[in-house]
Ligand binder design. Structure first.
Ligand code: AMP
Length: 216
């Protein structure tokens, strides 16, 4: 099953994708994550990409696809994949379709994690991540055992540069001006499902499994 997750940053897409990885062996690939991995290479394209990502701007199309299409190709052997974040404006729908089509695949379901922008902003400002294993923490709802330290590998947690207030505002502006049009297109295709992302992690996961037909 090929899934595309849509929703504001902070709506829990990655947390839920990790649940599907753990329980059903899905491969989870997020566009932001791929870009951050690429940035770590510290080559000239990576340094350019970093400028866009750190201040919360969308990476221009040509540069974005140059980086991520290699990662998408690598996923083509897997039968269950969650792609998240790859579609943030209407033009990217067609581009993603084309890349997947070349690999002989199509999106089975698009899952929209429905959360108000106000709540997403609140969550992002409390988010901390492990720079090594990318585990995500929340300063109130998912605290690490030792304050500021990752439970998995003991590395000091950081706040992403683009989780700081100015960058958050910019990211949300792009999100709100594009999401309705994107949803309308997938709805028209009959592959859109919605989950209420305002509830707790377990409830959201239950609803997600129901909506994609993985209720055990
Ligand atoms: P995320 O980790 O999903 O919040 O994404 C982090 C950042 O990566 C975004 O704020 C953008 O700068 C960049 N990015 C992720 N996905 C895309 C995309 N589909 N198009 C352009 N830029 C993207």
């Amino acid at each position: 099953m090929i899934l595309l997750f849509l929703g504001a940053s902070g709506s829990g897409k990655d947390t839920q994708a990790r649940n599907l990885v753990k329980d059903y062996g899905f491969l989870n690939i997020g566009s932001g994550e791929m870009l951050r991995l690429f940035i770590k290479k510290n080559n000239s394209l990576g340094r350019l990409v970093k400028k866009y990502v750190n201040c919360g701007n969308l990476v221009p199309d040509k540069m974005f696809w140059e980086v991520v299409s290699a990662y998408i190709k690598k996923s083509s052997k897997r039968s269950n994949v969650v792609y998240q974040g790859f579609v943030r404006k209407v033009s990217q729908i067609e581009i993603l379709d084309t890349i997947l089509r070349k690999e002989g695949r199509t999106i089975d379901k698009v899952v929209y994690f429905d959360l108000s922008v106000g709540e997403a902003i609140k969550r992002l400002s409390k988010r901390r991540i492990c720079p090594r294993c990318n585990e995500i923490y929340d300063l109130e709802d998912k605290k690490p055992e030792k304050p500021g330290i990752c439970d998995n590998d003991g590395v000091r947690l950081i706040q992403r540069e683009d989780d700081k207030p100015d960058a958050i505002r910019r990211r949300m502006k792009f999100y709100t001006s594009n999401i309705e049009q994107i949803l309308a297109i997938y709805k028209e295709r009959g592959i859109l499902v919605k989950v209420d992302a305002s509830r707790n992690i377990f409830e959201v996961y239950d609803e997600l499994k129901n909506k994609i037909g993985y209720n055990d």
